[in-house]
Design a protein around this ligand. Sequence first.
Ligand SMILES: NC(=O)c1ccc[n+]([C@@H]2O[C@H](COP(=O)([O-])OP(=O)(O)OC[C@H]3O[C@@H](n4cnc5c(N)ncnc54)[C@H](OP(=O)(O)O)[C@@H]3O)[C@@H](O)[C@H]2O)c1
Length: 288
Amino acid sequence: MSSTALPGGTWTLGDLTVSRFGYGAMQLAGPWVMGPPADRDGAVAVLRAAVELGITHIDTADAYGPRITNQLIREALHPYPADLHIATKVGATRDEQGGWPPARDPQSLRRAVHDNLDSLGLDALDVVNLRLGDAEGPRPGSLAEALGTLAELRQQGLIRHLGVSNATPEQVEEALTITPIVCVQNLYNLAHRHDDDLIDRLAGRGIAYVPFFPLGGFTPLQSSALSGVAARLGTTPMSVALAWLLHRSPNILLIPGTSATAHLRENAAGAGLRLSDDDLAELDEIGR
Ligand SMILES: NC(=O)c1ccc[n+]([C@@H]2O[C@H](COP(=O)([O-])OP(=O)(O)OC[C@H]3O[C@@H](n4cnc5c(N)ncnc54)[C@H](OP(=O)(O)O)[C@@H]3O)[C@@H](O)[C@H]2O)c1
């Protein structure tokens, strides 16, 4: 399958063409995203299968593991195919309990960019998302100093494109007064629809919206309406949830995570499911 044959076709992040069906590598790091990985060879196999399927957008962060997910990506795929684009995140670190304390002072951000370059084996990072808020979600507050630091690193050629993650709509607006951004990566899925307006506004500006936890993350999506639609269409709730996101807006890019090659293939096929207007209306009610 090529990236143009994957469900959803392609999207352009700045000057980078990516498959709308991408891959989120976070869970490869191991239980609760702290190493060691449950199955190292299996993780390498999933990453290689993703590229073989035509996926050209992989989402990661040096905080995953920490470092382990990036090391796996490098081991599996370096030297990278020219059309593969890796998006990473900075702005959070890890503590010994597996927590995600913020690290958004200029020095920590510079170190994080260099750590990502080092662990991925790159001279420049394709996309860097500034992760805001905390593990509970977005928090209000200015991002000027943090994003300004990353914009400087972009000027120096270490970063190609910037995005924000775990951001409030106000922070997205503030970001756009500081530097161009190509994507917003926030929690969104069939059951969590708080960013509906933001998605539509970003679509009008040609900015991608990349939902994290598209399948519910650590708590799989559960809904009788979702299961009902899936049963009627003879497929799985995961396929319906991914297909719904692709139908929801053309600027939505998928980064579902999995540590199983079989699930990766199932998701790539399932996301191409055609949903009728009646299906979409029924699914729309879930998060209302
Ligand atoms: N910016 C942020 O703050 C932030 C936060 C969280 C995540 N992210 C990004 O978003 C990506 C996606 O999030 P996520 O991986 O945590 O959650 P997700 O994509 O919503 O769900 C992943 C979970 O679904 C399971 N799964 C996937 N396909 C399946 C299938 N076909 N059948 C049954 N189970 C299936 C996986 O288990 P198996 O491994 O068993 O398949 C895994 O436990 C991450 O990889 C990361 O890159 C970003």
